[in-house]
Design a protein around this ligand. Structure first.
Ligand code: PLP
Length: 447
């Protein structure tokens, strides 16, 4: 596989951009990432002309793949040709807001912003403003973007900033606990209950190998927050409009948070974020309330059109049926391959998300009674005690083998997987059964 052009581009990039990239994870590929020339359906073509089946899909936003259907393209192009933005409201913002309110159980009102990071930053400020409390409980390994309040590591007794440049005082107000751990959460509420503004959690830990909640965990989060007059914030930046279709993961699990953050798919491939929730809470944003929130590009007409046309297309076509079916086919195929090649590894994911976590231990024996297409945390499954329950479990996996050996073997076979063990992989409407079968062949070869 020739990579001269990518190498030359990365050489230039290193001179003018830190690490040669505009977002850190893109440089996780060693010795250098391939540069993408263009997308084509479920594939990407790199600067040297190599073609890959693309399961990264922009790291989540591209529900429809790279070739946008005609009405989506037309909507975007019309908006762009009418002048990109105005600093005054437009009808398309109202249209997209109405669409989300109609479909997502927790959302009565919504504010659009420009990234998932901005959405979670504003949601945390909103929760603090609404409750008059400072502390926020987060999940270890949960990702809520590049923001000061959630770039925290350690545990609730000793939280520390996970990045240089963040004052320790910020981390003091953030309490990390393990996902799926009711006892740890109960302890935190016993200790800090009156100071906790919110629990902020992805309903599925989707940035850390994909960890499904154990039965009852999300219901437990709903109850304990209610008991203590704290808010439940679901970060659905990844799962929103992907898991559970247009109702998002909250409708799939039947647990309704007070506030939900969105990003990725809701902008149809353009920069976006959003904060939705109960009217009396979201109303606390300025100008109706006194929690400051503003943005030059917020509700950008081109983004709003892309989001609205994408979701409308998904509502009127078999998009979720297609991506979920191929996701199932991938996970089921991977489960069979692992039984044969790497029985300790775990297939994770649901709907159109999938990943293999290189877990080090398994129950041995056959596959009798195992989840057939991705871990659903079934307590009766013989693998239950071995499947990752939280970020620490994923971190203990063979992450170096994944990144240094396995990823490259897949790339050589023309399969583009996400850059490390932790990022999810996504099926799009443009992927085909042939893409799935080719990918399964490649896994069989690489494992
Ligand atoms: C991607 C992501 C974010 C950050 O969104 P950006 O648009 O990259 O700022 C926040 N939360 C979750 C769950 C995400 O997956």
């Amino acid at each position: 596989m020739n990579d001269e052009q990518s190498r030359a581009l990365y050489d230039r990039a290193l001179s003018v951009m830190p690490g040669g990239v505009n977002s850190a994870v893109r440089a996780a590929i060693e010795p250098y990432p391939f540069f993408v020339r263009k997308g084509d359906g479920g594939h990407v073509i790199d600067a040297d002309g190599n073609r890959y089946v693309d399961w990264v899909m922009g790291l989540g936003p591209l529900l429809l793949g790279h070739d946008l259907p005609e009405p989506v393209q037309a909507g975007i192009q019309r908006r762009a040709s009418e002048g990109p933005m105005y600093g005054a409201p437009t009808e398309v913002e109202v249209d997209l807001a109405e669409f989300v309110v109609r479909h997502v159980p927790s959302v009565e009102k919504i504010r659009f912003v420009n990234s998932g990071t901005e959405a979670t930053t504003s949601a945390v400020r909103l929760a603090r403003g609404y409750t008059g409390r400072d502390k926020v409980v987060v999940m270890q390994g949960g990702y809520h973007g590049a923001q000061e309040s959630t770039l925290v590591e350690g545990d609730h007794e000793n939280p520390k900033p996970s990045s240089a440049g963040i004052p320790a005082a910020f981390a003091e107000h953030t309490l990390p606990v393990p996902f799926n751990d009711e006892a740890a959460m109960t302890e935190v509420f016993e200790e800090h209950g009156d100071d906790i503004a919110a629990v902020l959690a992805e309903p599925i830990l989707a940035n850390y190998g994909i960890v499904h909640p154990v039965p009852g965990y999300l219901e437990f989060l709903r109850e304990i927050t209610e008991e203590h007059d704290a808010l439940l914030l679901f970060d659905e930046v990844i799962t929103g409009f992907r898991v559970g279709g247009l109702g998002c993961a909250q409708s799939e699990f039947g647990v309704t948070p007070d506030v939900t953050t969105f990003g990725k798919i809701v902008g149809g491939g353009f920069p976006v974020g959003a904060i939705g929730g109960r009217a009396e809470i979201v109303e606390q944003f300025t100008p109706s309330g006194d929690v400051f929130q503003a943005g030059t590009f917020s509700g950008h007409p081109v983004t709003m059109a892309a989001g609205l046309e994408t979701l409308t297309f998904a509502a009127e076509n078999d998009v979720y049926e297609h991506v979920d079916r191929l996701g199932e086919r991938l996970r089921a195929g991977l489960t069979e391959i692992l039984a044969d090649r790497a029985p300790n590894y775990t297939v994770v994911g649901t709907g159109s998300m999938f990943k293999v976590v290189f877990t080090r231990e398994g129950p041995g024996g056959g596959r009798e009674g195992h989840c057939e297409a991705g871990c659903t945390q079934n307590p009766d499954c013989p693998r239950y005690d071995y499947c990752p329950k939280n970020a620490a479990d994923v971190k203990r996996a063979e992450t170096e083998r994944w990144r240094r050996i396995f990823w490259g073997k897949m790339k050589e076979q023309g399969i583009f997987l996400s850059q490390n063990q932790f990022e999810s992989q996504f099926v799009s409407y443009a992927h085909t059964e042939e893409d799935v079968d080719r990918t399964l062949e490649a896994y069989r070869e690489a494992l």
